[in-house]
Design a protein around this ligand. Structure first.
Ligand code: MN
Length: 229
């Protein structure tokens, strides 16, 4: 037995639809600018040569239910509605045609973002960590096993703020598909079970206020309601 100075933190876990088991999380990767209209609203253009990524710590995960804390040290805390998937195996240099076989299941999620920090980071060429790696910012629904997921390549994705539709798109509008992302990421990382990927947000991102109710979902995968407090 390793003689730890103190008890290590338990892994972050995601419930699984229809199961008593939970999914232990290893890493969280997030895709940037994966819908053309969202890249445009951020004042950027999609890089069709290669996708780009940032990461969130597994400790930022929070279930998409009940109340979620408004992050400290921001005046511009944004929702980003996203398709999420989770791996049950991995490897390096995974071929696109094999990519889907490595996926355990899918969920709906929010990539909550300190937009003021991110804007300043872009201006000053500083890293995005404090804009993206924010406690309770990786919001996620329970994982639906792939056998019950209709598609990761098509389907409506949407988000409402206090009942007003803010984001609406189809997964087919993603610039980089799920297989393409797995193939590309696996050239830089040895992907493995426990790795979770947020696939980027459609246009319509915006700021939340304390008391806001966010509802969202991806057709056939998950729906959720959360309150920002
Ligand atoms: Mn995002």
């Amino acid at each position: 037995m390793t003689n730890y100075l103190f008890e290590p933190s338990a892994p972050s876990v995601i419930p699984i639809v229809g199961s008593d088991q939970v999914y232990p999380v290893n890493r969280i990767f997030c895709v940037g600018r994966n819908y053309e209209a969202h890249a445009a609203e951020m004042g950027a253009v999609v890089d069709r040569e290669a996708p780009f990524y940032f990461t969130k710590s597994p400790t930022t995960l929070v279930m998409a239910e009940g109340e979620i804390a408004y992050a400290p040290r921001t005046e511009n805390y944004h929702y980003e509605m996203e398709l999420v998937f989770a791996l049950n195996s991995g490897g390096t240099d995974i071929a696109e045609e094999d990519a889907l076989s490595h996926i355990f299941g899918a969920a709906a999620g929010l990539d909550m973002t300190r937009r003021d920090h991110q804007n300043k980071a872009k201006e000053t060429r500083r890293p995005w960590d404090t804009s993206k790696d924010v406690e309770q910012s990786a919001v996620i629904t329970p994982l639906r096993p792939m056998a019950d997921v209709p598609s990761l390549g098509a389907g409506r994705i949407h988000l409402e703020q206090n009942g007003e539709l803010r984001q609406e798109a189809d997964l087919s509008q993603m610039v980089w598909s799920v297989p393409e992302i797995i193939a590309d990421l696996s050239t830089m990382y040895t992907l493995k079970q426990g790795d979770v990927i947020y696939m980027g947000t459609p246009a319509g991102v915006g700021a939340v206020e304390r008391g806001d109710v966010l509802t969202g979902g991806v057709d056939g995968i998950a729906d959720f309601t959360v309150k920002i407090v």
